[in-house]
Design a binder for this molecule. Structure first.
Ligand code: 2AM
Ligand code: CA
Length: 265
């Protein structure tokens, strides 16, 4: 295993264990929204600290870009960390969340790990060496058309509800043609599922770099494509379409009529 992947795996497992240990305290707790949010922030922070500690033990000079603590440290290698992707699910005891860790070298993601601690599913990827689920090589699906496909998505939230109209127009198109549309709530895991061929395609607006850094590499290494809504190469912007190559193209075509200037990217 690539040394960067190896460190990421150890970090993700430690964070995952902490998250699962605290799940009982989250789901169904009848407390105020504020104390719920404080609780999830506490778990987010603790999981993130475990990940950063593990990385810095091996690589003290590496930089960090993480959901809770932001950007700090060196800039040749930067680790992009989402300690708990799917926090709303976690808070409600809805069993779909993950730890996502990627390592960038000079601006290019070289290694990525997405860990689902409840199913104990570990998705890994390193540049040029493919993507794996445990010991199996990942490959995107062979689905040829949106008709018959299973497509994942995420709904625009908070500030991003300004995109609700175009988003719903896209959804209307996709749901009328696909076999099914799923909104599981952890973008990192959704991207891993595209790489694994469990989803034929995926799109979402308003994501953050830590939601997508590991999944981006995973999909590319599994033979899939990921891009902006207009189908351009994806960097780390928030709006994306992913899928096997045919479904990627079909989703880009489907979304095209609904892209205003702010969504074209
Ligand atoms: P998070 O759980 O780490 O916040 C779901 O649509 C995806 O969007 C998840 O990957 C989720 O990551 C991300 N997201 C970021 N901010 C969010 C918010 N305020 N509400 C819901 N999802 C959010
Ligand atoms: Ca996230």
């Amino acid at each position: 295993m690539h040394p960067l992947v190896n460190i990421a795996v150890g970090a993700a497992r430690r964070a995952g264990e902490l998250i699962v240990r605290n799940l009982d305290r989250a789901g169904g707790v009848t407390v105020s929204e504020k104390s719920r949010n404080d609780f999830v922030t506490e778990i987010d922070r603790a999981a993130e600290q475990l990940v950063i500690e593990t990385i810095h033990k091996a690589y003290p000079d590496h930089g960090i870009l993480a959901e809770e603590s932001g950007r700090h440290g060196g800039d040749e290698y930067v680790w992009i960390i989402d300690p708990l992707d799917g926090t709303t699910n976690f808070l409600h005891g809805f069993p779909q969340f993950a730890v996502s860790i990627a390592c960038q070298h000079r601006g290019r993601v070289e290694a990525g790990v997405i860990f689902d601690p409840l199913r104990s599913e570990l998705f890994t990827a390193s540049r040029g060496a493919g993507a794996q689920l445990e010991n199996r090589r990942l490959r995107v699906s062979a689905q040829r058309a949106i008709e018959g496909s299973l497509i994942g998505t995420g709904f625009p939230y908070r500030a991003n509800t300004r995109w609700l109209k175009p988003y719903l127009a896209m959804l209307e198109q996709v749901m009328q043609r696909a076999a099914g549309v799923r909104r599981p709530g952890s973008a990192a895991l959704d991207l891993a599922y595209v790489a694994a061929g469990r989803l034929d395609g995926f799109w979402e607006l308003g994501l953050a770099p830590w939601d997508t850094a590991a999944g981006n590499l995973m999909i590319t290494e599994a033979g899939g494509r990921i891009g902006t809504l207009a189908g351009n190469p994806y960097a780390d912007g928030g709006n994306l379409i992913a899928g096997n190559p045919r479904i990627f193209t079909a989703l880009v075509e489907t979304c095209a009529p609904f892209l205003g200037d702010d969504l074209r990217g």
